[in-house]
Design a protein around this ligand. Sequence first.
Ligand code: ADP
Length: 269
Amino acid sequence: ARERVLSIQLVPFDLSRKLLLSRDITQLERVQTVHRDFVANVSHELRTPLTVVGGFIETLSDMDHVDDATLRQFLPMMLEQSRRMQRLVEDLLALSRLENEPRQTELERVDMAALMNTLRVEAEGLSQGRHRVEVLDAAPDALWGNPFELHSAFGNLVSNAVRYTPEGGRITLAWRAGPDGGRFTVTDTGIGIPREHIPRLTERFYRVDRGRSRASGGTGLGLAIVKHVLARHRARLDVESKPDQGSSFSVSFSREQLCTAAKTETDPA
Ligand code: ADP
């Protein structure tokens, strides 16, 4: 009778240990695969511009005499490739800083009206008159957060809206705050995103159309950065999109993240 009791107790215990162990191994394998893919992606992203720049330098070095016209043709292309590498390295550094310090340490008051104005100016700068840029309800509320990180996250959403919207389209930035919290939204009338891609957009280097992303100066890391910044601010990202009609990226903050002090300043009632 004693043996039976023991075996009854041991079997489930052993099984659960085995299950735990195999779950840990599966998890480890997944982490290793993600890491391998990441290194392969970074290498691939850097190899292309390096090959192009190397090729140009080789061609120029082989020429006996390099005239002005040739230089004027080659230098902008080399500059473009070096800028591409610089953007990639900057995004990689931003991402690695965010990943190495997953907890938000110091919170500051982020003035949303000022940030919305900065984002509008940046959107107009990126668009260069090719789109109509509108700002809706930029309420003078403020948020508790890291101003640099929030600027970078919202800026990435704005830059995507401009880059994925053909000429003549409309980009709308909105900030609304109320008793339930705050919501920042960027809406565009651009190319849109097929439904099946939406859940994967914040993965590093995930792109719906690789060629289009590269041609518009994308690194494939923007939404991964957005995801990390929002996690640190306990904010939520919602994406709505229809191919050929446009997309809307919304970031929601809870009521606790709004600076109520700012509200009493502007609305004493
Ligand atoms: P990228 O540098 O390629 O733009 P992101 O991480 O910012 O990288 O975005 C990932 C992908 O999501 C993009 O390559 C693009 O396919 C898609 N995407 C992001 N924003 C938009 C948008 N506003 N409209 C259409 N597609 C978008």
